[in-house]
Design a protein around this ligand. Structure first.
Ligand code: IPD
Length: 275
């Protein structure tokens, strides 16, 4: 049984994600350009990232005025309720800029520091993933997520490492990419194949629904993985960083038990946690 506050947070997250997803899908200008850059000249922000974050934060301020907010494009408020929202208005901004379909709106709600709700909507896939801590992970059509029958997500049974399809991603800074390329060079001959989809939130949901066996990345921010990691865990995956350490910007790994351990061990040995 989910308590009333968590149910409310899920409803708010689903509605905010639906509205932002529609704005981004229907309002993308044909001549969309780069509005600003962040950690490097290829780490871009579009006017639509800013518009979607504003839509979400305005909606949260109206529905949950006492909550804290952390957003990729700068939203940052403390809040007094013990609830904090962690928002990526477009996860996969480079895909969105180029008109590739793999981008998502990612919204997580934390209570007293623990992620209790995760929503990832991928409008061009007509898919919304959501999870509540202890309540399982589900896949639905945007706006109709609560309709029965709901598709409960289960990650794929663990294959041997050499049969695993593993997703990953790369940071935007050259120095970091040099290290990430070294790790992929060593990993590629030991697994079935590697995928680089361009949205960490979708990669984690792909682990949850069995489209990937595992996923790892160094350098993620909380807004990239908060919602997707809960969805992956609620679908049966394990998530973490280096052995014994929770997932973080240092390293995020997700895979079902049986694959998680050898993948995490190998990534640790290969130095996937440092530049
Ligand atoms: C990025 C995506 C990408 C990952 C990068 C992230 P953004 O998020 O999740 O897949 O490889 O590390 O920064 O910038 O599109 O929100």
């Amino acid at each position: 049984m989910t308590d009333p506050l968590t149910t409310e947070l899920l409803d708010v997250a689903l509605e905010a994600a639906r509205r932002a997803g529609e704005l981004l899908r229907d309002g993308r200008p044909a001549d969309l350009g780069v509005a600003a850059t962040k950690t490097s000249p290829i780490d871009v922000v579009t006017e639509m990232d800013l518009a979607a974050e504003k839509l979400i934060t305005d909606f949260l301020a109206e529905r949950r005025p006492d909550d804290g907010v952390l957003g990729e494009e700068g939203a940052s408020t403390e809040g007094s309720s013990g609830v904090r929202w962690v928002i990526d208005p477009i996860d996969g901004t480079v895909n969105y800029l180029y008109g590739l379909p793999s981008w998502a709106v990612s919204i997580a709600a934390e209570r007293d520091g623990e992620t209790v709700v995760g929503v990832v909507t991928a409008p061009m896939r007509r898919e919304t993933y959501h999870a509540v801590l202890g309540g399982g992970a589900y896949l639905g059509v945007p706006g109709r997520e609560r309709e029965e029958p709901r598709e409960r997500l289960r990650c794929r049974p663990a294959p041997a490492l050499d049969q695993a399809l593993v997703g990953t991603g790369f940071g935007y800074r050259t120095e970091r990419r040099v290290g990430q390329a070294e790790v992929v060079r060593a990993l590629l001959p030991t697994v079935r194949d590697i995928r680089r989809g361009g949205s960490a939130a979708i990669d984690l949901c792909d682990v949850a629904c069995g489209r990937l066996d595992g996923y790892y990345e160094r350098g993620l921010n909380p807004w990239d993985f908060a919602a997707g990691a809960l969805i992956a865990r609620e679908a049966g995956a394990l998530t973490g960083g280096r052995p014994g350490i929770p997932a973080s910007g240092e390293l995020t790994v997700a895979a079902p038990p049986g694959l998680f351990e050898p993948l995490q061990r190998l990534l640790d040995e290969l130095g996937a946690w440092h530049d």
